[in-house]
Design a protein around this ligand. Sequence first.
Ligand SMILES: [Zn+2]
Ligand SMILES: [Zn+2]
Length: 198
Amino acid sequence: MFRNGNFLKENFSMNFMPNLHLQWIGIRTSLPLPSLTEMLSQIFMYFLMEDYANYWLHRMLHSKWGYENIHRVHHEYTAPNGLAAPYAHWAEIIILGQASFLGPMIVPGHMLTFWIWFIIRQIEAIETHSGYEFPWSPSKLIPFYGGAIYHDYHHYVGEKSQSNFASVFTYCDYIYGTDKGYRYKKEVFLKGRSFDNK
Ligand SMILES: [Zn+2]
Ligand SMILES: [Zn+2]
């Protein structure tokens, strides 16, 4: 039961973080509701902060000890599907969950924003693990967005993967040089395809 990430994540965020604690970190629960501009700008900040923290925490989980004792559960799927997104060791849910709470803790907003943030982040994680990258997906409009192919490569390489650690965007892997293998493979693949079309 505790191996299923969903169980712990839902209970961790909803039961272990009761209203009192949320108010204590500055998340308001009263009316008026936040404006659309406030919600969107805060959720954008949450994505940036989560992505950066998640990059380093995920990279730590790829250390020998971290992988063997915690992260290997999430990597049981070498070609993931949407349901594999929250499939992880319970300790990983707590560790990576910290990155998701970072934004609301630093830039607290309304409870509604807090919930919408978690819903969007979960939908994004499901899409990233779905194995499908549709050309009409709205995520295609987001600059530096990783997506399914990007994260598929991380699962495909598996234990030895020192590539594509970021959860949402591609810039961290680019800046810290952990996307070189992926970029090389992509280039070889695209060259091969253009060669086949000749
Ligand atoms: Zn990993
Ligand atoms: Zn994954």
